[in-house]
Design a protein around this ligand. Structure first.
Ligand SMILES: NC(=O)c1ccc[n+]([C@@H]2O[C@H](COP(=O)([O-])OP(=O)(O)OC[C@H]3O[C@@H](n4cnc5c(N)ncnc54)[C@H](OP(=O)(O)O)[C@@H]3O)[C@@H](O)[C@H]2O)c1
Length: 285
């Protein structure tokens, strides 16, 4: 299948490009492929004629987003609108990657695919608007929501991306005590597992268009997550629980935004996936 992957140099995009390497891929990222440049984007897509567009391109820095609202909405909301209209005009299916941060986290239990969204941060609202733009302007869409991704961004030499696991390992080399938030919960998800599941569910098989939740199983706090990282790496360090309110963060985050995957085969529990990721970075380093 001829597949266009946008944002292919990012964490998920690069894993998708590797997992889908046997397909006829167009591996695209900015500056050459900028989803905010509508006219240019349309011509490029018309010229390469993909059978599916996967949009991994996004402004993903949740903290920085609070101070760059205009840019964030331009990429995550307007960029998605551009893609929705182009896909609709060319009658192409569009797969949009989205996030648990489209929810406010106040439900008190996991979110289902058809639950009402209500984001509470600039990043979350921009992604929520991106979803709405796709739903309202494109008929053939898959919206895949995921959460707390970890993985490597190695495609096109883009190695500057970091994630919570890498951050914890880095901090453990310089700090004696690490504070981690114990009252925000979600499901850590390995980008490679997500990419594999996208391949098996949507490329190797056909699914109905609509909204899907794809996450590794097991809801935890950042504190529990950090504890498991250090346990698996056999690093002895003092971990201290801290409330999200007391942690200096510009963006509000949902208290409990775990996603229920009700429509697709479930991914493995996240600690198993973490073990594979930790092994893989040991080999690369
Ligand atoms: N990371 C998470 O924890 C997480 C959780 C839930 C959902 N998601 C969603 O999953 C998707 C992939 O996330 P990720 O973590 O893989 O993101 P990422 O590593 O930040 O990659 C995003 C990619 O998009 C590119 N990009 C930014 N603006 C663009 C534009 N205007 N046009 C084209 N490309 C642009 C980035 O390029 P630059 O590097 O040059 O900026 C980067 O290559 C996103 O939709 C995100 O919202 C992520």
């Amino acid at each position: 299948m001829k597949i266009l992957i946008l944002g292919a140099g990012g964490m998920l995009g690069s894993d998708l490009a590797s997992v889908l390497s046997e397909q006829d891929l167009i591996v695209a990222d900015r500056p050459e492929w900028d989803i905010t440049k509508n006219e240019e984007l349309k011509v490029k897509i018309q010229n390469c004629q993909p059978e599916l567009i996967i949009n991994c391109a996004a402004f993903t820095d949740v903290e920085a987003a609070e101070e760059q609202s205009e840019t964030v909405f331009k990429v995550n909301a307007q960029g998605s609108l551009n893609l929705a209209r182009i896909s609709s005009e060319l009658n192409l299916p569009l797969m949009q990657i989205s996030t648990d941060y489209v929810f406010d986290g106040e439900k008190g239990s996991g979110y289902n695919e058809d639950d009402k969204t209500q984001a509470i941060s600039v990043y979350g609202r921009s992604k929520e608007q991106g979803e709405k733009n796709i739903i309202n302007n494109c008929q053939k869409y898959y919206i895949i929501r995921t959460s707390w991704l970890f993985g490597r961004a190695v495609a096109r030499g883009k190695k500057n991306k970091t994630n919570f696991v890498d951050k914890m390992l880095e901090l453990s080399q310089t700090q004696k005590v690490i504070k981690a938030v114990s009252d925000q919960f979600s499901k850590p998800t390995y980008a490679k597992d997500l990419a594999r599941s996208i391949k098996s569910n949507f490329i190797d098989n056909q699914r109905e268009f609509g909204i899907y939740h794809l996450v590794n199983e097991g809801a935890v706090s950042w504190f529990d997550y950090a504890e498991e990282i250090f346990k698996q790496r056999k690093i002895k360090i003092k971990l201290q629980k801290i409330s999200g309110h007391d942690f200096f963060q510009k963006a509000r985050r949902p208290k409990y935004s775990a996603l229920n995957n009700n429509k697709l085969p479930k991914l493995r529990p996240w600690p198993e996936a973490l073990a594979d990721y930790l092994k893989s970075i040991q080999i690369i380093k």
